[in-house]
Design a binder for this molecule. Structure first.
Ligand code: FAD
Ligand code: FES
Ligand code: FES
Length: 1396
């Protein structure tokens, strides 16, 4: 055990950004993230999920090994890393790399220069992930502390891209982030990268690794000293080994740290033990038998198993006997505590040696599959690089064993026939026993007191014998191709193949391991193995094998996507065996990750500097962690923390709420509910004035799982959360009847909200529907199209800090898109005037609509608690609570009928749309207006849509990027695709047939919305896109590809959009100070959309009118301050894409007033100046005493509704065996008028498009009895770098100047989201091709059967891996094999006939 010189426990010592930290008392359960965020002034390390799934918390950990004198540098998720594990380590956060005063790091600067930061919440984590990769690439050859990584960077583009594979960005769409990463590579030309601020390579901020933080010399010294003392202790204690490399026990177990947050409760004591030998580990286990013990290596399991709260932590990460990593002649031994990354590196080095031997001719041409290489490749898909760097092999296996975790490692090691060594204490000392991994996982009990020591991987089977060849392959199917997502099924197959005398293939030693398919543990498919062993392979044999496999792979009852998992297990076996009989495209040839992007813009100087791609304001500060978000504001004295108590039932009466157990939690202060509202306060969670109101707390009745019942308040968030979990609510479900859990049930029970009167007029019938139906030649009736919800998954969860002020006032800092609503709602809840409430929002870490309405309740709850307790109260919701409480996009179920002519012209559409709202109306009752607008993108002749807003007992759905319009646009495309399918036409032909002309456009949208005829740019853009992307040629190539490929099918599709924007009326305040610096204030909130950047450009342009040559005022003179409701009254919402332009217009007008005031002064100075030149400073210095240099102005648009046009084409490749999709390319053209800032607009377009990919492809939601199942990063999969298009071309259409728009611009925030529908349509085409292929194998295909038929199938978004596979055929492998087998039979019988 770690002791100081005097025998007392040594304090914890580590370095944080170079400074020494020494802690004598530490809570063993304290994570590095909590430590950094609550005990230091550093705020760059963010909490996005707290479960290892987002990368916002990534930091670098450096460890010095006194024995080798090497420093190992790795990135880790600080949310999973226990502080006590960091003894002797150096931690570097993004602040440690540089800052504004000392100068930013090259990564910070490039993040800014490549426009890679929008809301900026992910940026510090991205920075550290990239930094880790840069250091690693340099440190490969120079990892001594004194070298400080001063080597050339041999980083390849592929490695650079993978740097951020374990990080999520919800704003940018990753392309600029990937470009930033690639800009550091030697093999990349900066000219080939996307838009950036650097004229050429020489302008790139230089990365000088010699200036990187060094491993602190004081820690080197301390580590050396510790090593010596431990060595001495070791000698003194004269440890003996028992032949297994295990030391006999010698001394007493002494916890290094003991901590309790309660003097009264003994069971709350937590201890940390750091044994130095396995003997000490065993002793500690014996000592603490019967308590909740955790053997800690990386602690990464805590990201998944959050409820396991041990009392005893035994650190086994430094125990030598558990760190073996060696290769012998017949295998590899890996110690249980070896990290997955180190294991990968070792396997790769073994493979390297093997390859060398092979090229030296040792293994010969029949060399076996390299087992180490295959294992390493699979391991790289486990979790993220940050988790792999810290998590261990043994920890993973133990999760599989103890908790039935869906482990990959267990499966692949089962596939290689691994053995494990387990040690326990025996009477004569430690006893080791070896057993098979299978037996270990399935059968042995692993008593409390046993330790997994190591794993043995035999390699004897991998060498070639008697001309036979070993085949070893591993597989996994997951929602993200690169990993960072648990597998739906994984597999590892081993076989020895030899040639038969007849030239066939015979298999022996077959070992088939499969896991994660809904099984307790990974299994061996023994019946299939027996069937294959010794057999000569034929199609019949494979067919029988996959049939047998289906009966071996049986998911347990309740497994999600069970049928999919089984069918993919079958596919994997087929992929393993079929290549031995026939070469084919069983895997995609297109395997590269490398993505590229091109942006085409036309810039003008007309409104200079408006229109310039200037970098986003504060983006360097975002990267370096200096940008302050609400949760970064230092806690005021006496600050308390609040946590939500949410309903567990979908519909129930609250019989009783027992808060006593909660209040006994250490640190608990209060429970706040509706009963605590002041006498004149209202129970209101969001007040939109006259528009609508929503409740705050449930009182007698809970109406959904996730309904807010109350909040617990405590000294820390963890205590508040624990207390919330202890509030005992008694529900009565009987007296209220069953809940309404779907739109269908709402219809059955007549449970509806009214459509909001403000939008009711916007979906009036157009033209005579009866005549329209009569005009068509054909009809499709009652086709059902469903869109699901989508979660916002902004990286910064809902956050608020409420501080009571004098005279019944309240100051609220909150992460909201609507400070105005927060002000009103807090005031109404507290029963005080609006002017008593000051709401301040500086920046928001992503909103996407989720911080407009529902999030208001978070601030109100804090404010109420603060009001009642007269103390500051804050909260930052944990990811799970946030995802449950905030709801998401409104799901819709549409049923349409359509009439059309034989050539594809639509004459009438009639639809009924059910909008699932939840138990409150929120945004849903406004949704019909938006839905209809986007639906009307085609000229259908006559249209009639009827909406029903379904009131259910689900969490209220709210606005989410492109609300309503996303669903409406999708329905329009579904109509087109079904018409095209029925006619056997290409959907693009039907699209073109039904484009609007200007007249029909005016009729559908109104003259004012359309504006000047030349502004209708869609037809021109459509043609432009077809031309620039080579539509005809690409379509031909796709067709050819599909003809030649059996198992991979491609699809290419192109869609248009018309998006309706509602111009925003906004105000602005401009104040000029004596030194010429300027402050701009607008009600718009900077949510990552670049509002501040654009507003600054607009102000500079407007003030430049003072000067004869119209030179812009230097952008650095402007500061844009936080939104403050006391300063900017009645600010309204930041949403709907048009806040930026509204604020620009208001600022422009305010500046023009200033220009008017300043002009006479300017004239005076000009007349007096010899050269007539007047500087800005001299003008302001004089004017300050002559005119009022502060102006407030409100802009009111003349025309509210206007239209965005755009088109996109996407090409995808679908894998028929697994259902996986790769987006090969997207080309899109977008008309945002004269862009206010092309860098910002391109960022919005790319980011929205990728978020749209989430909606249309990856992001599935599920509820069970009203409970959200996807409430975190484990279940909810937003796009990552491997799910974006491999090539993304974006063109800003050079549209004519639009005088009626703000500075001739149009919005770009939401419309591009809808363009991701092109990916969905392309997937549909690829599936169609797959279904055509399948008809070759099955004789009884029925073209119009939705399950078996060819054309008329429904693909509802998201086009998830399982839905795609289902439509390609869960049984397509069997169908194929049966046809292959029967064609062989046919051939045989023909041969037989010929012979006879
Ligand atoms: C975001 C994320 C994604 C992931 N994705 C995947 C994935 O796709 N596929 C996959 O297979 N895994 C995945 N994992 C799991 C990951 O591999 C494990 O979390 C990691 O390997 C556990 O190692 P650890 O050292 O952190 O274990 P710890 O958390 O330290 O310990 C885990 C458990 O093992 C016990 N234990 C540890 N060592 C021993 C020992 N020697 N003897 C007895 N008991 C021991 C501990 O007591 C504890 O119960 C993911 C994890 C995260 C956080
Ligand atoms: S906060 Fe640590 S990974 Fe998300
Ligand atoms: S910039 Fe990446 S999450 Fe906002």
């Amino acid at each position: 055990m770690a002791k100081g010189g005097d025998g007392a426990a040594r304090p914890l010592v580590f370095a944080l950004n170079g400074s020494r930290v020494e802690l004598a008392e530490v809570d063993p359960s304290l994570t590095l993230l909590t430590y950094i965020r609550t005990r230091t002034g550093l705020r760059g390390t963010k909490r996005g999920c707290g479960e290892g799934g987002c990368g916002a918390c990534v930091v670098m950990v450096s460890r010095y090994d006194p024995r080798t004198k090497n420093v190992e540098e790795i990135t880790v998720n600080s949310c999973l890393t226990l502080l006590c594990s960091l003894d002797g380590c150096a931690v570097t956060t993004t602040e440690g790399l540089g800052n504004q005063q000392a100068g930013h790091h090259a990564i910070h600067k490039r993040m800014s220069g490549f426009h890679a930061s929008q809301c900026g919440f992910c940026t510090p984590g991205m920075t550290m992930a990239l930094y880790g990769t840069l250091r690693k690439s340099g440190s490969k050859s120079c990892n001594k502390p004194e070298a400080n990584g001063a080597c050339n960077l041999p980083l390849t583009a592929a490695e650079a891209e993978r740097a951020i594979a374990g990080n999520i960005c919800r704003c940018t769409g990753y392309r600029p982030l990937l470009d930033t990463c690639k800009s550091f590579c030697a093999d990349v030309d900066v000219e080939d990268l996307g838009m950036h601020q650097f004229q050429n390579k020489n302008e790139l901020p230089v990365y000088d690794s010699t200036r990187d933080p060094v491993f602190p010399p004081f820690l080197v010294e301390e580590c050396e000293a510790r090593e010596t003392s431990s060595h001495d202790n070791h000698n003194v204690e004269s440890a003996q080994t028992n032949g297994n490399g295990i030391h006999h026990e010698t001394s007493e177990v002494q916890p290094r740290f003991k901590f309790s947050d309660s003097a009264d409760a003994k069971d709350r004591e937590k201890v940390w033990i750091d044994p130095e030998s396995l003997t000490e580990v065993l002793k500690a286990l014996r000592t603490y038998q019967g308590t909740e013990v955790k053997l800690v290596v990386g602690n990464t399991a805590s990201g998944y198993y959050k409820d396991i709260k041990p009392n005893v932590y035994i650190d086994i990460s430094k125990v030598d006997e558990l760190l073996a990593l060696r290769k012998t002649a017949d295998g590899i031994e890996v110690g249980a505590s070896v990290t997955i990354s180190n294991f990968i590196e070792f396997l790769e080095s073994v493979h390297g040696q093997e390859s060398k031997a092979t090229t030296n001719g040792v293994a010969g041409k029949n060399s076996a599959t390299s087992v180490p290489d295959v294992l390493a490749a699979h391991l790289k898909k486990i979790a993220s690089n940050h988790v792999r760097n810290w998590g261990s092999v043994g920890g993973n296996l133990m999760m599989a064993k103890l908790y039935n975790f869906e482990s990959d490692i267990a499966t692949i090691l089962l596939g290689v026939g691994a053995q494990v060594k387990v040690v326990s204490s025996g009477s004569g000392g430690p006893v080791a026993k070896s057993t098979s991994l299978e037996d270990f996982i399935w059968n042995s009990a692993l008593e409390n007191g046993e330790v997994l020591q190591s794993i043995w991987i035999p390699l004897d089977g991998a060498s070639s014998q008697d001309g036979s060849r070993v085949h070893f392959k591993t597989y996994r199917a997951a929602s993200r191709p690169l990993g960072f997502a648990l597998a739906y099924v994984n597999a590892a197959f081993f076989a020895r193949a030899s040639e038969t005398v007849h030239g066939g293939v015979k298999l022996d030693d077959v070992r088939l391991a499969l896991g994660a398919f809904g099984t307790e543990h990974a299994i061996r498919a023994r019946r299939v193995e027996n069937h294959l062993n010794g057999k000569s392979l034929t199609w019949d044999v494979i067919l029988e094998a996959v049939r047998l496999l289906r009966s071996d792979v049986v998911p347990v009852k309740g497994t999600r996507k069970a049928e999919y998992r089984v069918s993919v297990a079958v596919s994997f076996l087929f992929q393993f065996l079929a290549p031995l009989l026939k070469d084919d495209d069983y895997v995609s040839k297109y395997n590269g990750l490398l993505s590229s992007g091109k942006q085409m813009i036309t810039m003008t100087d007309e409104y200079y500097p408006v229109g310039q791609p200037s970098p986003k304001m504060a983006s360097e500060l975002q990267a370096s962690g200096e940008a302050v978000y609400v949760d970064d504001i230092p806690a005021p004295a006496d600050c308390l923390h609040a946590a939500f108590v949410l309903s567990e039932k979908a519909l129930a009466k609250i019989q009783n709420v027992d808060v006593q157990p909660a209040l006994q939690t250490p640190g608990a202060v209060a429970y706040i509910s509706a009963a605590d509202l002041p006498p004149n306060g209202q129970n209101v969670g969001v007040s939109m004035g006259a528009l609508s109101k929503q409740g705050l707390f449930a009182t007698d009745l809970v109406e959904c799982v996730g309904h807010l019942i109350g909040v617990t308040v405590a000294d820390t968030y963890d205590h508040a959360k624990e207390a919330a979990g202890r509030v005992k609510v008694d529900y009565d479900v009987k007296s209220v009847g069953p809940p309404v859990l779907s739109a269908k049930e709402a219809v059955e029970r007549n449970s509806f909200f009214p459509v909001h009167f403000l939008v009711a007029g916007s979906f009036k019938p157009l033209n005579d529907i009866t005549e329209g139906f009569a005009a068509g030649d054909m009809k499709l009736e009652n086709v059902k199209v469903v869109t699901e919800s989508q979660k916002h998954f902004y990286m910064e969860t809902q956050t608020a800090l409420a501080i009571p002020d004098e005279d019944n006032c309240m100051v609220v800092y909150t992460s909201t898109q609507t400070p105005d609503y927060v002000q009103r709602t807090v005031a109404e809840a507290l029963g005080i005037p609006y002017h008593n409430v000051r709401v301040i929002t500086r920046r928001v870490g992503g909103g996407f609509g989720g911080k407009v309405f529902r999030g208001t309740a978070v601030a109100v709850a804090c404010a109420l608690a603060a009001y009642k307790l007269r103390r500051p109260v804050r909260t930052s919701l944990d990811r799970n609570t946030d995802m449950i409480f905030i709801g998401g996009r409104s799901p819709t179920t549409s049923t349409f009928s359509v009439a059309f002519t034989k050539d594809g012209r639509i004459t009438a559409v009639k639809a009924q749309v059910l909008v699932e709202a939840g138990y409150e109306q929120d945004f849903s009752s406004f949704l019909p207006g938006d839905f209809t607008h986007a639906f009307k993108k085609y000229n259908y002749g006559a249209v009639e849509i009827d909406f029903k807003i379904c009131k259910t007992n689900l969490v209220p759905k709210t606005a989410m990027r492109g609300p309503g319009q996303t669903q409406g646009s999708h329905l329009a495309e579904a109509v087109i695709e079904h018409v095209a399918a029925r006619l056997g036409l290409d959907p693009e032909i039907v699209r073109e047939k039904n484009f609007h002309d200007v007249e029909s456009l005016k009729k559908f949208f109104g003259e004012g919305a359309v504006g000047s005829p030349e502004s209708y740019s869609l037809p021109a853009m459509w043609e432009r896109l077809k031309d620039s992307m080579n539509w005809v040629d690409r379509e031909h190539k796709v067709q050819k590809f599909n003809e030649q490929s059996t198992w991979m099918k491609r699809g290419l599709a192109m869609i248009p959009i018309i998006y309706s924007n509602l111009s925003a009326s906004k105000s602005a305040m401009v104040s000029i100070f004596a030194d010429g610096s300027i402050v701009l204030e607008t009600p718009g909130v900077e949510i990552g959309q670049g509002l501040h950047t654009k507003v600054r450009q607009a102000a500079s342009f407007a003030l430049s009118k003072l000067f004869p040559k119209g030179r812009g005022i230097d952008l650095s003179r402007f500061r844009i301050v936080q939104m403050d409701t006391i300063s900017v009254a009645n600010g309204g919402v930041t949403s709907g894409s048009t806040t930026s332009e509204g604020c620009c217009a208001a600022v422009q007008a305010a500046c023009e007033i200033l220009v008017e005031r300043l002009s006479p002064v300017y004239k005076q100075l000009q007349d007096a100046a010899p050269d007539g030149d007047v500087s800005w400073e001299s003008l302001i210095a004089k004017a300050i005493y002559m005119v009022d240099l502060k102006v407030h102005h409100r802009y009111a648009p003349k025309q509210f509704l206007y239209l965005n046009y755009a088109a996109a084409a996407s090409e995808v490749e679908v894998n028929l065996l697994t259902g996986e999709t790769q987006i090969l390319a997207t080309d899109l053209v977008f008309d945002c008028g004269k862009s206010l800032n092309p860098a910002v607009d391109i960022g919005q377009i790319e980011g929205a498009f990728v978020q749209g990919i989430g909606f249309f492809v990856t992001e599935g939601v599920e509820t069970e009895n009203g409970r959200e199942l996807a409430d975190g990063t484990w279940g909810y999969k937003v796009p990552t770098i491997d799910t974006i298009p491999k090539r993304l071309h974006v063109e800003l259409f050079n549209s004519p100047a639009l005088q009626e728009r703000v500075l001739s611009s149009k919005a770009s925030g939401e419309a591009p989201f809808l363009l991701a529908g092109s990916v969905h349509s392309a997937i549909r085409k690829a599936i169609l091709s797959a279904r055509k292929e399948r008809t070759k194998w099955i004789s009884d295909s029925k073209p119009n059967d939705p399950d078996l038929g060819l054309n008329d199938f429904i693909l509802d978004p998201p086009a998830s891996i399982d839905r795609i596979k289902k439509l390609c055929g869960f049984d397509n492998v069997e169908s194929y094999l049966a046809s292959m087998a029967s064609s062989v039979e046919d051939a045989k019988s023909q041969l037989h006939c010929i012979k006879t």
